[in-house]
Design a protein around this ligand. Structure first.
Ligand code: ADP
Length: 265
C-alpha cells in the first residue's frame, strides 16, 4: 500500500486539513510479478530446446555425422526441438495478440453443429491412436455468432489434449447441451486425469501437471491459456473436471440466444 499526503493550506498559510490518499498498488505489483514470471518462463522454455540442440550439434560436429546410425537420430532430435520452438513462438504470438486491448473478433453466424462435426471429423481422420469418438451433438440447427478461427483453435487445443493424455483404446466423448442463454460444449476423455488442486491452474500460462511428461508429448503449456483467452473474448467460460486415473472433462460455454432462429423467419 502506498500513502500520499497532500496538505490543504488556506490563504493564511495555516494548515486546515490533511488528505490522505491510499493507493492500492498490490494489483499493479501482482501484474509486474506475473510479467516477470512470464518472461522467466519464456526464457526457460526457449533455453531447454536450445541447449539440447547445442549438445546434439556439438556431437555431430565432433564426428557423429560420420556415424550412419547416430547421425540421423541426432538430426531428428534437433528437428523435433526446432519444431517445438516454432510452436512455442507461434503460441506466444497468439497470446500477445489476445493481450492487446484493441483486440477484435471476426464474428460470423454459423450453425455450430455442422462446425463442430467438421472439426471432430478432421481429428477422426488424422488420429494415430486407437481411440474411439462418441458424439452427443444435437441434429437441429444451432446458430451462434463466433469467430470460427478462434473457436476452431479452442477445440483443437482441447481435443489434442484429450488425445494426448488418453490411453490406447480410450474413448473421447463430445457433448453439446443447449442451456437458457448459452451452449455448453464438453470434451470428455478416459485418460490420466488431473489432480484436484491443479484443475484451475491448467488454464494458466505454462502450467503443466507433469513438466517432464508433457514436454515429451510436445506441449508448450500454453494451449489452454490461449483457449481461455479466446473463450473469454466471446463472453463464455471454460473449466475442467477430473478424476485422477479415470479421465478429464473440459467444458466451455458460448453465448446463445434460443429465440435467434425465430427472429430469422
Ligand atoms: P500442454 O501444451 O502442456 O498440453 P495445455 O495448456 O494444453 O499445455 O495444458 C496444460 C496442462 O494441463 C497439461 O500440461 C496437462 O498437464 C494438463 N492437461 C490438459 N488437458 C488434459 C487432459 N485432457 N488430461 C490430462 N491432463 C490434461
Amino acid at each position: 500500500l502506498r500513502v500520499n499526503f497532500s496538505t490543504i493550506q488556506k490563504e493564511m498559510g495555516k494548515i486546515e486539513g490533511l488528505i490522505a490518499i491510499l493507493y492500492d498498488i498490490t494489483e499493479q505489483e501482482k501484474i509486474d510479478q506475473e510479467r516477470r514470471e512470464f518472461v522467466a518462463n519464456v526464457s526457460h522454455e526457449l533455453r531447454t530446446p536450445l541447449t539440447t540442440m547445442r549438445s546434439y550439434l556439438e556431437a555431430l560436429a565432433d564426428g557423429a555425422w560420420k556415424d550412419d546410425d547416430l547421425a540421423p537420430q541426432f538430426l531428428n532430435v534437433t528437428q523435433t526441438e526446432t519444431e517445438r520452438m516454432i510452436r512455442l513462438v507461434n503460441d506466444l504470438l497468439q497470446l500477445s495478440k489476445l493481450d492487446r486491448t484493441d483486440y477484435r473478433l471476426n464474428k460470423e453466424w454459423i450453425n455450430f453443429t455442422i462446425f463442430i462435426n467438421k472439426i471432430i471429423d478432421r481429428f477422426e481422420m488424422t488420429k494415430t491412436q486407437h481411440i474411439s469418438f462418441k458424439r452427443n451433438i444435437p441434429k437441429d440447427e444451432l446458430y451462434v455468432e463466433i469467430d470460427t478461427d478462434k473457436i476452431t483453435q479452442v477445440l483443437d487445443n482441447i481435443i489434442s489434449n484429450a488425445l494426448k493424455y488418453s490411453p490406447e483404446g480410450g474413448k473421447v466423448t463430445f457433448t453439446i447441451d443447449v442451456l437458457a442463454a448459452e451452449i455448453q460444449i464438453r470434451v470428455k476423455d478416459e485418460g490420466v486425469g488431473i489432480p484436484q488442486d491443479s484443475l484451475n491452474k491448467i488454464f494458466d500460462r505454462f502450467y503443466r501437471v507433469d513438466k517432464a511428461r508433457t514436454r515429451q508429448l510436445g506441449g508448450t503449456g500454453l494451449g489452454l491459456a490461449i483457449a481461455k483467452e479466446m473463450v473469454y473474448a466471446h463472453g463464455g467460460d471454460i473449466w475442467a473436471q477430473s478424476k485422477e486415473g479415470q479421465g478429464t472433462t473440459v467444458y466451455f460455454t458460448l453465448p446463445y440466444d434460443p429465440n435467434q432462429e425465430d427472429e430469422w423467419e
